[in-house]
Design a protein around this ligand. Sequence first.
Ligand SMILES: *Cc1c(COP(=O)(O)O)cnc(C)c1O
Length: 464
Amino acid sequence: MKYISTRGAAPELEFEDVLLAGLARDGGLYVPAELPSFSAEEIESWRELPYSKLAFHIIKPFVGGAIDDDALARMLDETYAGFGHRAVAPLAQLDHNEYVLELFQGPTLAFKDFALQLLGRLLDHVLTKRNERAVIIGATSGDTGSAAIEGCRHSNHIDIFIMHPHNRVSEVQRRQMTTVLEDNVYNLAVEGNFDDCQSMLKQCFADQSFLRGERRLVAVNSINWARIMAQIVYYFYAALNLGAPQREMAFSVPTGNFGDIFAGYLARKMGLPVSQLVVATNQNDILHRTISQNRYEKHPLAHTLSPSMDIVVSSNFERLLFDAHDRDGAVLADLMNKMSTETVELDPQRMASVRELFDSYAVDDDTTCQTIRAIYDDTGYLLDPHTAIGVKAARETRRSMQCPMITLGTAHPVKFSDAVEKAGLKTPDLPHHLTDLMDREERFDVLQNDLNALQTYVSEKVFG
Ligand SMILES: *Cc1c(COP(=O)(O)O)cnc(C)c1O
């Protein structure tokens, strides 16, 4: 399998290199040159498979022989054996034909474990084979950091540095990162906000001389192709459980960087009968404004009760735009340049084709809390604020009551007690494997908001 850049001017890569690459050299994102596609009979034949075996069939074509089948199957078994529910991605039912796909049964209680548990193992496998060591530097507003650390803590080939904004992530989120005490894990509380962390991260990737050419710098944010790839699987899993491929399915996806929902779009292109995808956003609604009004315009960041969806621009949207522009990299490079500096209206016909599949809806904090409350009162089921936005958006935009509507449950409510309490409800207990989280020893260093301080820190730790 070959991978190409959305901006058409970077070298084609094979799977292993795409795994280790961040942004393409031309500033674009890597996508498969051709998608695998499955017949209805083939999809049907997977109905009885447990999650990790289904994952093997879906992921194998993307890996394209770079990892042998036995090793890939073993990694997938190990990855999903670590989840807290035997079904890995169980469905909860809220109403007739209305479901939540619980993607928060992994070690850090958010859907990011699905991809990052696998990514850690894939990286370790490839680095071992090449006898290389890598440095991961990441920035997190909460969920990505803990999932990435959990995914890499056991690797002998990776040093992982995760920046979080000092005193600006919840205590559960911080402790999920800082109580991991392995020698290759470094938590940095940066005296700044999430944007500051992200901007230092970008600069580290732009000029890697602080690693003296001796270590490869790897990205674990959602532009990493392998993360998207792993997320395709649960669309198939949920749909098969509810009667696909004989039946169409709709999905509502709480969306920030458009990674998770892009995986649903790919599932459809690979043969899954998906009739509708709902882009559910919070007040940071650039995607909703783009899809509903065809106006792509950056607004300042708003801090909401669903912080994992607090974004100004949505990086993976570029991958959809690439397809919507007939995969013309030169056209897309121009468009993305324009979009970085000005308000853009997309070609109306291309937008119309996007809208054939996608709907969108934005939910403010008050409505988020009301939704948490209303669903709890009706069903006894407690939603986290991100998932609540998904459920609300699904109800507002649903095209058919005959077709099952599945909202992706992106996080466990215990991670977001602010919203749960604002909804007038009690935060649930931590799940079994985390009951002692609040008593565990923490380790992190506070770092100035300064690129030089970061790079000095990293190189001292890596090179000793
Ligand atoms: C990361 C995250 C999202 C947004 O996912 P994207 O792939 O960026 O769209 C939504 N909900 C939760 C809980 C998350 O952690």
